[in-house]
Design a binder for this molecule. Structure first.
Ligand SMILES: *Cc1c(COP(=O)(O)O)cnc(C)c1O
Length: 391
């Protein structure tokens, strides 16, 4: 009946930056040419600027999980003892990968919606001096929780273990001082805050991590970090790179550099704050009240309402895709994304739509309640007027 524009509002894939999408149309180029080498090298240089590190940043043709896999298979040896901090579906993925390669895993878990406390990691490191690596999510996208990677990184740095951070939704949503905080491996993916389609992953590798690479004995062939890093330095890739995505990445990175990584992070954090304010104003419960991240806000569906109804309402009434919960959280929560190319116009629309969907499903809403909360957060941050309380 009415026009419904298609909108992708999930925490990955995220909305695409239009100039990056346009850049992909020039994909009829060969990767072993000077033209491509220039683009590849400048994109990788910009990636280091945006990630804020002088460490090697190794690109891979894969989704984020490929880089997670490569960080295990290239840096560890069979039987190595590692600690996995697990607070959601992605933490569980770390354990799955580590166990698949025959590592001995000590899991430190937090209930879904919470974060693993630095004190638990510090205690586990003290009790297990043979630990070779500590794995974590900077942002656990399945619950919206953020980990204190600064405190944990500073603790891991004092040991001989390396700290491997899945920052796939952490990059661009929280400050990450890779060298200052002892983050040995930091993993990113193209389809999150980098505003381009899925298919490229990348990871920064510290000298301490490269040292472990020298003695690693786990099997790997396609994902060979050392080989890839060496080739990347010369503007080459070990295998055929995802040329179209590299063109897109180069364009998106120009944009991120122009606004500044700090502003991209601030954008996500402000949208997250406004979303939390809207949820509370609408009488909804936050799923991660104690350690909320800024990549995505997970909100509990009202008692007795399946969150699938909310997801379906967005899709059927408004043509928008929002995320349900994953695994056991499916049906209980829905997730509003903030990472990458999201703005306040998006959020006004999301919250206004949410109000109507909740109301239509038996959670009465005075229309405008959540939207007003978002407006207040925006107006205060923009300095449009002083904070006032909505009645
Ligand atoms: C998206 C995501 C991944 C990677 O998932 P892929 O589907 O392999 O790209 C890993 N960790 C987190 C925290 C993520 O959000």
């Amino acid at each position: 009946m009415h026009i419904k524009k298609q909108r992708l509002l999930t925490p990955g894939p995220t909305p695409l930056y239009p100039p990056a999408l346009h850049a992909m149309m020039a994909s009829d180029l060969h990767h072993r040419t000077e033209d491509f080498r220039k683009i590849y090298q400048s994109a990788l240089a910009d990636l280091k600027v945006v990630m804020g590190t002088s460490y090697d940043v190794v690109p891979l043709v894969s989704s984020g999980s490929g880089a997670m896999d490569a960080s295990v298979s290239n840096l560890f040896s069979k039987g190595d003892h590692v600690i996995v901090c697990s607070a959601g579906k992605f933490g569980e993925r770390w354990s799955g990968i580590a166990k698949a390669y025959g590592l001995r895993v000590t899991e430190l878990t937090a209930p879904y919606g919470d974060a693993v406390k630095p004190a638990a990691v510090i205690a586990a490191l003290a009790a297990n001096t043979d630990v070779k690596g500590v794995f974590i999510q900077a942002s656990e996208s399945s619950t919206g929780a953020a980990h204190d990677v600064k405190t944990i990184g500073e603790a891991v740095r004092k040991t001989s273990a390396i700290f491997i951070v899945d920052a796939i939704t952490g990059l661009g949503t929280m400050p990450l001082d890779i060298e200052g905080w002892g983050l040995d491996v930091v993993i990113g993916g193209s389809q999150k805050a980098f505003m381009i389609p899925p298919g490229i992953a990348f990871l920064s590798v510290s000298p301490k991590a490269w040292k472990m690479e020298e003695t690693s004995d786990l099997p790997h062939f396609y994902f060979n970090l050392k080989k890839e890093a060496k080739n990347a330095a010369a503007g080459e890739s070990s295998w055929t790179p995802a040329t179209s995505l590299i063109l897109a990445l180069a364009e998106a990175l120009k944009y991120v550099k122009s606004i500044g990584m700090a502003q991209l992070i601030d954008n996500a954090q402000l949208l997250a704050k406004a979303t939390r304010a809207a949820a509370v104003a609408l009488g909804l419960e936050l799923f991660t009240p104690h350690s909320p991240g800024a990549a995505v806000t997970a909100i509990k569906a009202p008692a007795g309402m399946d969150s699938g109804k909310i997801v379906k309402g967005f899709r059927e009434r408004f043509g928008a895709i929002i995320a349900n919960g994953q695994g056991e959280m499916k049906g209980r929560i829905f997730r509003v994304a903030h990472l990458g190319y999201f703005d306040f116009m998006d959020l006004f629309a999301v919250v206004a739509s949410l109000e109507m969907i909740l109301d239509a499903n038996g959670h009465p809403v005075k229309f405008g309640t959540g939207v007003a909360a978002v407006q207040e957060v925006y107006a205060e941050a923009a300095g449009i007027r002083q904070p006032v309380h909505v009645e």
